[in-house]
Design a protein around this ligand. Structure first.
Ligand code: PAF
Length: 281
């Protein structure tokens, strides 16, 4: 498994592949890979001739009091997992390579990032859009793969590719869950046994929302109240937000009409978890 750390050699490798007429897939990650990432890598390997997995814990998308310093990292393990799935290269640059001295550019998608996680994590999506734009420019992929668990991120990256006329297909992949329903996340490694057990209510609450919608409920306030009621049954959980928004706009809705994203962020102890379900009205 080749690991590349510089922008110049990543660009050179991709240019060689392209000169041979090979297609390229990119799976952007922050490492500490789990089955959710593996599903993206597998899809990328099946769709493309060559696959790059980027492993970069992007300082720009973390707030001051967030977990950048303690975010889990294990490049050897990530590398072995990528090799097993047939990826070709891990791109793992140091921060100084991505943000050299004098760096001052950024990409901001305004209204789409004002709500949901954007409202709770100021500057987060600016960091995400900036690093994803850079990774797409460096790896020049035909396709890039993102998980639906970060639904706002997926919608924002799709919009960015469209707004900036980028020649890349953004492929969204379904949420991967543990057998007991917990959405996979590198941050699940922070959870104590009790917090993890409490966190199972998140998926239960979202399932209740989908059931209400399936039963004909169109009133978003009613759906949010139901989610809140389920979550408040767990003393170890603290709701950060519960929101229902347009799938492509990420703007909040009062009534359901068509497809909508029902998303939550919940603290289990000190760990912030996100999850969502698509409601089909
Ligand atoms: O979803 C993530 O892991 C990150 O936000 C991403 C897309 C790799 C950008 O740093």
């Amino acid at each position: 498994m080749e690991t590349i750390q510089t922008v110049s050699s990543m660009k050179k490798t991709v240019a060689e592949w392209k000169s041979e007429g090979l297609s390229v897939g990119l799976v952007p990650t922050m490492g500490f890979l789990h089955e959710g990432h593996m599903s993206l890598i597998r899809q990328a390997v099946s769709d493309n001739d060559r696959v790059v997995v980027s492993v970069f814990v992007n300082p720009m998308q973390f707030g001051e009091n967030e977990d950048f310093g303690r975010y889990p990292r294990d490049l050897d393990r990530d590398s072995a997992m990528c090799a097993k799935e047939g990826a070709d290269v891990i791109f793992s640059p140091p921060a100084s390579e991505m943000y050299p001295s004098g760096f001052c550019g950024y990409v901001d998608l305004a209204a789409m990032t004002d709500g949901l996680c954007g409202a709770k994590r100021p500057g987060h999506f600016r960091g995400v859009c900036t690093v994803v734009m850079k990774l797409l420019n460096i790896a020049g992929p035909d396709r890039a793969y993102f998980g639906q668990k970060d639904a706002q991120q997926l919608a924002v990256v799709k919009r960015m590719a469209e707004d900036f006329n980028m020649d890349v297909e953004i492929v969204g992949m379904p949420i991967v869950r543990e057998a007991d329903g917990l959405a996979m996340s590198s941050r699940n490694s922070y959870l104590s046994g009790e917090e993890r057990a409490a966190a199972l209510s998140i998926n239960r609450a979202l399932a209740e929302a989908a059931k209400l919608c399936g039963g004909g409920c169109r009133d978003v306030r009613h759906i949010k109240n139901r989610i809140k009621a389920v979550l408040s049954g767990e003393p170890l959980l603290r709701v950060d937000y519960i929101e229902v928004a347009g799938m492509d706009t990420m703007l909040p809705l009062d009534m359901l009409d068509g497809r909508a994203l029902c998303a939550v962020a919940v603290y289990a102890g000190k760990t912030r978890l996100i999850d969502n379900v698509v409601l089909e009205a």
